[in-house]
Design a protein around this ligand. Sequence first.
Ligand code: SF4
Length: 369
Amino acid sequence: MPGIYLHIPFCKHKCTYCDFTSFPDKLAFAEAYMACLYKEMQLRAEELKDVTFDTVYIGGGTPSVIDPAYIYGAMKQIKKLFKLSKNPEVTIEMNPGTVNENKIATYKRAGIDRFSIGLQTAIDGQLRELGRIHTVRDYLYCTSLLKGENFSADVMLGLRGQTKEDVRKTIAIAVGSGAKHISMYALTPEDGTPIYTQYLNGELPDGDEVRELYDYGYSLLKEAGFVRYEVSNFCRKGYESRHNLNYWRRGEYIGFGVSASSFFYGRRFTNTMNLDEYMKCILSGFLPVVENEKVEEEDAKFEFVMLALRTAEGISAEKYKAAFGSDWRDDFAVAYQKTAQYMVTEGDRTRIRDEHLYVQNQILIHFAP
Ligand code: SF4
């Protein structure tokens, strides 16, 4: 079932590795921006009136940096304009440095039932170096307010000087805090970010070192009872992120807000990344879409295979056939033959073997059009 994504682009401070659309100096625009976001939903309401959405994901930026009343307002607008499933999954991303009791109470009143918290590392010195505004203590305070709730913690690998012991401490804190879900992903040094200089100077761990940290982290998570259901995502049984599963199953989703992207009606479309342009467009009654393209069949097939093979459930031959009318092993005969040694097939499903999932990019490259 389709999902809704809302982008809240404000942050207190820009992290050194961040290349998301996030503005550390524009918090004063939050009220005007949220009014535009509500209006954008209105502009889409008629065309989406027959769709039932199963998930809402409020991401950013730092959604928890703005007044929680705006988040409440956004959820009210969603419930007014769109149909939600009986038991929707509603997630908000939170930075532990921006949370208090009142915010969490307001989120819960708004219907939010899943919280995604950016821990990143349990070493304060590394948090400072990343430009994060919070400490480990802030994380512990934040999770103490979420006792018994469904929350996820982000853990980052590949930081300067990061050791296995650092990873052990971080995972111990995340698991010990009661997280039901952990996203453990490798830092990608993007050109134009301050951390890219460290990368160019060879100061960050290389690919093999990150792989070792990942394997170690994975073994600890397994020991703690977490299951890997996607290359970077681990959870206690039954706590998979439905919103993300929908992405990996190539399900439809609609994005609202600056730079938000969507996949609907077989088309991928993206809003402008420019905040002024976004607001001007909406205030003039237009959708702020700057890219809009139909996904051609060849690309659609590749997307289906590539997204499915990132997950532990792998690709379903039956679902592929239902979508495209053919057998994926015939459509990708050469690539399939080349990579068969890394795959395992059980019944209808083929997946990348557990030990090769981390390097899935090197396997998936063979399937690219
Ligand atoms: S909190 Fe997130 S979105 Fe904001 S600057 Fe840091 S990494 Fe980027």
